[in-house]
Every structure is written in C-alpha cells, then in structure tokens.
Write a protein that binds this ligand. Sequence first.
Ligand code: UD1
Length: 341
Amino acid sequence: MKVLVTGGAGFIGSHTCLELLKAGHEVSVVDDLRNSHPESLKRVEAISGKSLRFYRFDAADEAQLEEVFAQGEIGCVIHFAGLKAVGESVRLPLEYYANNIGTTLALCRVMKRRGVFRFIFSSSATVYAPGSPMPVAETAPLGCTNPYGWTKLMCERILTDLAASDPRFSVVLLRYFNPIGAHASGRIGEDPAGIPNNLLPFITQTAMGRLRVLQVHGNDYDTPDGTGVRDYIHVTDLARGHLSALDYSLTHTGCEVFNLGTGRGYSVLEIISVFERVNGVKVPYTIGPRRPGDVGTVYADPSKAKDLLGWQAQLGIEEMCRDAWRWQKGNPNGYLSHKGA
Ligand code: UD1
C-alpha cells in the first residue's frame, strides 16, 4: 500500500518508514525538517535497499498536501509531525495548539476530499489523567497537565468525531509510552536538538562525555528505589505497532485507541544500571529535586493491542540500552556526525 507518513524524518517516524519499506509498502514522507534531518531518510533507504518519496513542507499546508495526494492512490496516512517538548509547550502554548491541531485538521480535510479514510495517529500516554491506577488501560480517565498533552488529546477528539461522522473512516489512535533505543544497525536513532529533555538521550550523551552529569529528577517517589518508573519501549517495537495498526485498519472502520507499551516499568536507577552493565560504560549521576509535572509511576496495560492488533513488544530493556548506545557511539553528534551534513 502507498502510505503517507508525516514527520517521517523524526525518531519514531524514520523507524516506522523503515519497517513499512521492509514490509513492501510504498512510502511518501512529508516533513519540514524543523526538528529533524534528511540524513535519517537517506539511511532508511540504505538500510532497506528501497527508496521513498520525500516532500519538504509543513504538513499544515493544505495546498501542498493536495498536490501530494493528487499524485495517486494513498491508502493510509500515519501522522507523526508535531511539536513535542513539554516545557516548551508551557511557554509557547499558541504555537503548540496551532501547529499540532492545524496539521491534523489539514490532513483530515484533504483526506476527506481525496477519499482517503485510513488514519493512524501518534498519541501519547501523557493523555492519561495523573493519579490513574497502574497499569493504565485505554479506559482510564483522561486529562493533561501541559499544552503538549492537550494537543494530543484534542487531536484524538477531532479524529474520534470525524470517524463518528463518516462511516468510511478507519482511525487508529496509538498512545505511546516511553520510546527509546534505536534500530539495531546503529544507523538511525534519536537526535534531539540541544540539551535532551528525555532520559535516554541524556544518558547516552553523558556516557559519551558530551554532557557532564545526569541529574536524577527526584528519589522520593513512592517506588521501590524512590526514582520515577516508566514503561520504556524499543522504537523498533513501536514502529512495528504501526504496521499492526495499518493491518487492523484494512478490516475495521470507526475509531479505536491502543496503548503501545511493554507493560513493565523500570526506575531511573534501574535504567542507569542496565545501561552501564550491557555497555560497559559509566553514567555519572547526581540526585536532584523532582521535575515539575512528573509523576512517580507510569506503565501500560498493553493487552488490548495484543488482543485486537496481535501486537506485543518483543525487545527487552537490555536491547533498548544496547541499541541506544550503538547509535550514540557511531553518531556522536547525531546526524550531523555524517560528512555531507
Ligand atoms: C516525557 C513527557 C511526556 C512525553 C514523553 C516523550 C514530561 C513531564 N513528560 O515523559 O509528556 O510524552 O516525555 O517521550 O516531560 N529523568 C531524570 N533525569 C533526566 C530526564 C528524565 O531523572 O535528565 C527521569 C524522569 O523524572 C522520569 C524518567 O526519567 O522519571 C523518564 O523521563 P522522560 O524520558 O523525560 O519521559 P517522561 O517524563 O515519562
């Protein structure tokens, strides 16, 4: 099938493009590269031995989307493009609402006009209201603590209402837990701009010596060692989850939501210790205060995805840590490490 992937040059997008190509799909990517690098797509092509089409523009641009759709027979849209930094979203809420909701609306309008009805949306476990019992199932109460999270929840709402209004639509909402790791080749991976916000890129850059010390954000949570517990999932497993969602959309209409997680939580100190052990490196760290907005424990109930999508995570925490390090070591400055950059 011909699949349009917005944000395909980013971390999860590039890994999903690779799995799509490997499965024999045709891939067209729309990405304005504001937060990503075209080298990721070149490497996706090199690893898969297949080519994709790349269009560089903002996915909110309906006129340009129309041109891409006019080139023929798109069967499904997978929508990753979006702003995703929680702290930045608190400072720049209007940018976040305009961008994240604007792209989703533009895609929906063009899809309806062009008769394309399969939509897979990149959502986040951040839509679950703090304080939900763990593991968190799709039926748990929803609510966010920052504009980034609200944009995800609002897009979910828009897509749910769209599917309810037009029975031809098949919408799959995927709520990711904490994606980490990198493709086993070490050639594509996470390449955050500036100082990373998320734990794993901070760990890999500290292990490299690019950052001096990791600050553990609090050790007084109600968890076995006091540090935050999260459901880390290998980005390749996550990417494969999109292929399962695509298969599902072939035989179902309406709107369905799925958690993509492993169902197992690890603390910050456990992650550091696994990372050090499997990679034979040191990660200097200090204990700091809690990060505002963080909660103690989040992990998924992934049983719905197993039952209905036939998907479950295959790769464990050791593979996640090993693959993240292989990518970082081989690309000390991310995609800028490469000569042509
Ligand atoms: C964060 C976002 C979430 C987003 C997700 C994307 C917040 C509050 N939440 O989730 O909305 O969907 O990223 O991947 O930002 N930690 C440290 N030191 C660090 C960085 C993190 O101790 O330098 C800890 C955190 O306190 C947390 C765990 O590591 O316990 C994971 O943090 P992170 O990778 O930022 O993910 P989340 O906070 O779960």
